[in-house]
Design a protein around this ligand. Structure first.
Ligand code: GLC
Length: 576
């Protein structure tokens, strides 16, 4: 149980905005700050408390904004610094916090720092990136093959973990730190509430530059993964992925770097926070000197969300956090701009609507800070783009070319594979209405990625707003219940059943309240027996929320009947 009052970032529900696709305020087919600001009332009504904004900085968009060419400005297509300030103050006016995306590992190859660095071997920034005379090993970039790229002006190679347009910074150079910390302060000075740290694990590499021993390159490994059939083959490929990159991750120095960064945040008033794109709880330091949160990614690393998976995940995750000498706070999510959308990925094509409600309830009732991804609240689905010329995610374009050129895969199949692995499918424009272009942009405008045509089949905000039974209204209600139920925010997690396949039931218990959550993942009606559950036995259950029709209160239960796919939240109260 938390001993001190929870901080805002422990109570908040975060909502990730992918700025290119959220709201197009000026009708040019690309999202922008004017659009986001206009939608703040929508977000306030939805009931979220904080926004994580994916990169909004100038960028040539080789990696959709994660290749930053100026850390202290706004991409012109998104607006101006003034537009950003308006967005920030309007968010704060509605009690919505804002954290930004901090990309430390690399810059764009069009960043002035890199342009200077690559121009000669003796310029002032010559040592700001990782330069070598000849590739010292067989390291791969996780996006586009060889990790070492040649530059003729220096007759040298630079290192990049991601695209070759994303050169890794040399974080051993104090000038790099200084420049990046200046940029970090720039937005903190403007009042942002913290940062999500992009790809922190890749900042430092193995100092010995040890080669990997996987008998394949990146494209071959990806392809082998697609062709793997048996569980053994899949396991072998999984092991290869780990082995291929293990020397390029988590090198010495990261904890000290995180401490420096944390010290900067702590100079500011108002509990500015850091959440790392990593699941390693070691980056939470001693509870006060590194990151506030890291994601529970293992929860989403599965094909299906099942009660046994969740149970095991919670057991392991909370046990890990429990080994920390401070109360480490969990952070749960099921989707983001890098993964297939929750609705598609964890649906079964038969009960998708019901499953979406269970998944939302899961993230919003488990112990920890929840992160939602824009569009999941209306059940947006993946859009498979099978024309390779329409892909914007360049790692997918690279893979398409490798398949056709190097691996002799027929173009039709390559296009399908590229579409499947591309992250474009889960980054399409937000669907605001059933107007053409899903109401994202005017009808005659070509949006930066195609709008998913399912906007015309009810997957849009306006239609769902008007329908009390919609997923959107379900999210709103659930968010309200969460806010009004302290146990769901602060309470400890107590699993109730240890091995049922069909449903997942647990308590959240805070000092002042106990809440019972039941998620029935099956088509069956389930009878629950509480006669041996000490926290519930002989008590009343006051129903706070149900996705099925229910009476509002129930007698002191010996048992409880839960409908197929029902989400049930109740308060456990002393029997009168
Ligand atoms: C992170 C981002 C991803 C990006 C990569 C490189 O994983 O979430 O979108 O491509 O870092 O910056």
């Amino acid at each position: 149980m938390q001993t001190s009052r929870p901080k805002w970032w422990q109570k908040a529900v975060f909502y990730q905005i992918y700025p290119r696709s959220f709201a197009d305020g000026n009708g040019d087919g690309i999202g922008d700050f004017k659009g986001i600001t206009e939608k703040l009332d929508y977000l306030a009504a939805l009931g979220i408390d904080a926004i994580w904004l994916s990169p909004h900085f100038p960028s040539p968009n080789w990696d959709c904004g994660y290749d930053v060419s100026d850390y202290m400005d706004v991409a012109p297509e998104y607006g101006t610094i003034q537009d950003f300030k308006t967005f920030l103050s309007e968010s704060h006016r509605r009690d919505i916090k804002v954290i930004l995306d901090l990309v430390l590992n690399h810059t764009s190859d069009e960043h002035p720092w890199f342009l200077e660095s690559k121009s000669s071997r003796d310029n002032l920034k010559a040592d700001w990136y990782v330069w070598v005379d000849t590739p010292p090993n067989n390291w791969q970039s996780c996006f586009d093959g060889d990790a070492w790229t040649y530059v003729s002006d220096r007759d040298q190679y630079y290192y990049h973990y991601f695209m070759r347009q994303q050169p890794d910074l040399n974080w051993h150079n104090p000038e790099v730190k200084k420049a990046m910390w200046d940029a970090t302060r720039f937005w903190l000075d403007l009042g942002v509430d913290g940062y999500r740290l992009d790809a922190l694990g890749t900042i430092y590499e193995d100092p010995n530059l040890t080669p990997h021993e996987v008998p394949m390159n990146l494209a071959q490994l990806r392809r082998a993964g697609e062709l793997a059939k048996t569980p053994e083959e899949h396991a072998r490929i999984g092991k290869y992925w780990h082995e291929m990159f293990k020397y390029q991750w988590g090198g010495p120095g990261l904890h000290d770097l995180m401490k420096e960064l944390r010290a900067i945040l702590d100079e500011y008033e108002g509990d500015r926070m850091l959440v790392g794109e990593d699941d390693n709880i070691d980056y939470m330091g001693n509870g006060n000197d590194e990151l506030h949160l890291v994601f529970n990614f293992p929860l989403m690393r599965t094909q299906r969300i099942t009660p046994s998976h969740i149970r095991l995940n919670q057991k392991e995750r909370l046990a890990q956090l429990g080994t920390l000498p401070f109360p480490g706070w969990p952070c749960n999510t099921l989707g983001n701009h890098d993964t297939s959308r929750v609705h598609t990925r964890y649906g079964d094509r038969k009960h998708d609507a019901a499953l979406a409600r269970l998944h939302a309830a899961l993230v919003l009732t488990l112990k920890g800070t929840p992160f939602l991804y824009n569009g999941e609240e209306i059940g947006m689905t993946d859009l498979l783009i099978t024309d390779p010329t329409k892909l914007r995610d360049t790692m997918a374009t690279w893979y398409y070319n490798s398949l056709v050129r190097d691996l002799d895969v027929p173009p039709e199949e390559a296009a399908l594979r590229a579409g499947e692995m591309s992250r474009d499918k889960n980054r399409t424009p937000m669907q605001w209405s059933n107007n053409p272009n899903g109401g994202f942009s005017p009808a005659d405008v070509q949006t930066w990625l195609p709008v998913n045509p399912d906007y015309a089949r009810g997957i849009n905000v306006r239609d769902q707003d008007h329908n009390p039974a919609s997923l959107l209204n379900y999210y709103k209600l659930l968010l309200k219940v969460r806010k009004k139920t302290p146990a769901l925010v602060e309470g400890d997690y107590i699993p109730l059943n240890r091995n049922t396949k069909d449903y997942f039931a647990f308590l959240r218990k805070s000092k002042e309240q106990t809440a019972l959550v039941i998620l029935n993942f099956s088509e069956q009606t389930v009878e629950l027996d509480f006669s041996r559950t000490k926290e519930i036995k002989g008590q009343n259950l006051r129903i706070l929320f149900s996705s099925a029709e229910r009476l509002l209160t129930s007698k002191p239960p010996r048992g409880l009947t839960v409908s197929p796919f029902e989400v049930l939240i109740a308060e456990v109260q002393p029997a009168k």
